[in-house]
Structure formats: C-alpha cells, structure tokens
Design a protein around this ligand. Structure first.
Ligand SMILES: [Zn+2]
Length: 472
C-alpha cells in the first residue's frame, strides 16, 4: 500500500512537490492569519472557532482523513486528522501545531495591520504568521507532498492543531484523557518552536514552565479627592508598586523566598557557555530591540542562556489603576497586576505560586485588602536530545536546510509537550518550528522568514521518511 513512500524511492518527488505548491501554502497561511483567533479574548472566540473551521478545511484539502473538531467542556476547538494506512508495523507520528494566537499588543506599533499579511524583505508579517499558523500549514504540506507525489505517507500520521495554546492549554489534561486513543502515537513532532538563527535550524530540547496570578489591592470604598485625603489615605497604586518591587532584587532577579524552590541544578554541559551567544549579550539585546543604554537583567553570575532557558523569572504582563487619559486628582480605590512567572526545570507551578502568595500576603503595605487569583500553570520540560529519533530529526533538518541543526533550549513554554509525551510512556518529542530570533512572536510586527519556512516544510518531508525507518 505504502509503495514508494515506504521504500524511500519517493523522497525526491516528495521534496520537489513542496516547491510546486509553495505559493498555495503561502496563500493558505495568509488566509489563516486574516482570522484574529485570539484565545485570550472572549470577544474573539467566534474567530477561534472560524480558525478551527479553516484548519479543518486545510487538513482535508491536503489529504488527511477523519478530520474533525474536538474538545471537552470549556475548551477552545482542537482540530484532529489522521492518515493511518502505512501499516501497523510502521510508527505513528503525531504532528502538533496550534491555530490560536496572542493578542496583537499595541496595534499602532505595527508597521502593517496585524491581521492583514504583508511581505517585506523576505518576511511575512502578521499575528500568527510564525506562531503558529506557519506550523499548521507546514504539517499539511509535508503530508500532501508525500500523498500527491507517491500516493502514500512513509509512516502513519496524526495531526493535532490546538486552539488554546496561547492561554496555557487550560483543558489539556481533560482533553488528553478524553481523546487518548485518537491521539495514540510513537513520536511527537511539534512545529511550534524555532530556529537558532535565520538559515540555521534548531532542535529544541528544553522549555520553561509557566505560572500566573492576578493580584488586586483595595484600599477604599470608592475614589477619594487626593487633596482632601492624600497624605493620610493610602494610594493602592503606590502600595502595588511597593509590593511588586519587593519581588525582585537590584539585578531584576527573583528575590521572594521560594522563587527557586525545586529548581534542578544545571549540569556542567548545560552551563557551558555558548560561543557567539553568551559572549555577545549586546547582540542579543539588539535583536530584542532593547534601547541603547538599557541594561540586561538577571543574576550577573549566571550565563545569558541559563537566565533565559533554565532559571525562573517574573514579568508584570498587565497592570490596572486608572488610565492617564481621563485621570483626575483622585486616589483610586483599587489597583491590580497580572504576574507571569516562567519556571526552570524541576519547579512545580503550584509550589512556586504558594511561595509567591505567602510573600505577597506578608508584604502587603498598610493593611490593604488583598485578593489573589491563580491562573494557568505548567511545569518546565526537558529531554535528552540524543537517540534514534533525535538523530533522525538532525538528518532531516540538515537535508531541509543544508546546515547542521543546533540543539537548543528556549525560555518559552509549550504546556502540551510534557503531558502528551508522558501520556504515551515518554515517547520522544521533537520540537522544530518556523520562528527565528527576529520573528518577535507575541510582540508587535511578528514575522515569518519565508525561505526558512520552505526549508522547514522540506525538513518535515524528510523527517517523515527518517522516522518511518526507525526500529520500533
Ligand atoms: Zn506557539
């Protein structure tokens, strides 16, 4: 049944098929980018649904079978598809991506409309152009390259395109247990990570964990005249500022007790400085758009890559008091902040949040009323990037890009990876993807490097054959 695909004779035709329809892939990606599938915003949940519907059409059009929307109570729509005709003796590979996106941020800071794709200098700009609609379209094209050129895939394939990755996958565990048999696989391939730099593929083996809380401080029944009451009545915004400042030290490194609870000590190999990166912090700062004269933060005794990949940190991702516009001489009644923690290997979100809560309760200035709401949490994930599946991925990336892949960590989080791999007895997870350091995912002017995207799709075509050859 599998014919050319299983013997490997069809690889040249399959790789050539990628280029034949590259423009189609581009159009499909642009159509997805036009849908503002922002999972964090309830006002856009109809768009998340529309993007799931469009993803269903995409997978069907590329030859996947039994394509459907799946989910559990309260979840955003997941899309599942499959092609399982390679035979039971061959492995089943699960291809993962997500179709939801981050909010656009400050729209005025975009050089083009975040939801109208725009090409400039070989990059396609738009929210989700890289993270991760490019991953979903890459999977579809890797599959159809084989199907159109040889009539078969070299191994069994399932595809899962999530709709709630950008909000921390809140229903993931329920979803996995409800759909376990439909997702049963031998190897996981995620196209939601990135490349070491433009033209140099990455193979990601380490992700940070995630935990978040909302904190609100309330001082008053309602706002008060700042002249008649100021000097005696506490200002909740100032109280919040003092509280937030107590969470970090002078280096911006975490300073609350228990912030490093459970953190595994990195190995000498993990700690070893990375040439061209740890010794060039200014290059990293420039790539991140750090303004001239602004210092990088974190423990100065720890290398840059460890600070980014292997240690916890804290970001204030939202803050509410009163907008400057429309403000008057009042002390506001309440102020709040959303705190997002990234966690290092070994740290448990619930434990670190418990330490954070204890610190906040102890440090609240002037007896203000405190309320804390825990949000999503997911532990860090790490794997040993050695063994047959990783060797197969390295060969495939080399074939697709023409350059050796760099094993790398990332400071980002993909909550899906750990629970999914664990659900199937620790199957290998191969994290590749369309991002590069200039992609600015989650930021403004997100973009996809189009030539690297082509290389990624080609790599996936090779990867399916390489994985089919692994001994099971
Ligand atoms: Zn992503």
């Amino acid at each position: 049944m599998a014919g050319d695909a299983s013997t490997g004779a069809g690889i040249d035709a399959a790789v050539a098929a990628v280029d034949d329809v590259l423009e189609v892939a581009r159009e499909e990606l642009e159509a997805l980018v036009r849908i503002p599938s922002i999972s964090a915003d309830p006002q856009h949940h109809a768009d998340v649904r529309a993007s799931a519907d469009a993803t269903v059409e995409l997978l069907r059009a590329h030859g996947l079978e039994n394509v459907r929307i799946a989910g559990v109570e309260g979840s955003q729509p997941f899309v599942i598809g499959e092609w399982l005709h390679a035979g039971p003796e061959l492995p089943t590979v699960l291809l993962y991506a997500h179709h939801d996106v981050q909010p656009p941020g400050i729209v005025e800071n975009w050089a083009s409309d975040p939801f109208v794709p725009d090409e400039r200098d070989g990059r396609l700009y738009g929210r989700g152009a890289a993270d991760d609609k490019a991953g979903a379209v890459a999977h579809a094209h890797a599959v159809s390259a084989w199907l159109t050129s040889t009539g078969a895939l070299p191994c069994n394939v399932r595809v899962l395109v999530e709709g709630e990755e950008e909000i921390g996958s809140p229903t993931l565990h329920a979803f996995l247990s409800a759909h376990l048999e439909e997702l049963r696989s031998d190897i996981l391939v995620l196209a939601d990570a990135g490349n070491w730099q433009v033209g140099v593929p990455g193979l990601t083996y380490s992700l940070r964990g995630l935990a978040a809380v909302d904190i609100e401080l309330r001082a008053l029944d309602g706002p008060q005249h700042s002249g008649l009451s100021g000097g005696a009545v506490p200002d909740p915004v100032m109280a919040l500022a003092r509280l937030l400042a107590s969470l970090v030290d002078e280096h911006g490194d975490l300073a609350f007790e228990g912030a490093f609870d459970g953190l595994l000590e990195s190995t000498p190999t993990e700690r070893a400085p990375i040439a061209g990166f740890d010794d060039a912090p200014q290059r990293f700062a420039r790539a991140m758009g750090v303004r001239p004269g602004v210092q990088l933060v974190g423990d100065p005794n720890v290398t840059l890559h460890e600070r980014l990949w292997l240690r916890p940190c804290l970001t204030v991702t939202g803050i509410d008091g009163h907008p400057i516009k429309g403000s008057s001489n009042q002390i506001v009644a309440r102020a709040s902040a959303r705190l997002s923690l990234r966690l290092g290997p070994g740290q448990e979100p619930e434990r670190v949040l418990a330490h954070l809560r204890a610190h906040v309760e102890e440090q609240v200035p002037w007896g203000l009323e405190l309320s804390i709401t825990s949000l999503e949490g997911a532990p860090a994930w790490q794997t040993d990037p050695t063994g047959p599946a990783f060797d197969a991925a390295k060969r495939a990336l080399h074939a697709g890009f023409g350059v050796e892949a760099v094993p790398m960590g990332t400071g980002g989080s993909i909550p899906f990876v750990g629970p999914f791999a664990a659900a199937f007895a620790g199957i290998p997870a191969l994290l590749i993807g369309p991002d590069d350091p200039g992609s600015n995912i989650h930021g403004e002017n997100e973009s996809l490097h189009l030539a690297d995207w082509r290389s990624l799709i080609r790599s996936e075509v090779f990867l399916l054959r390489e994985l089919a050859r692994l001994d099971q």
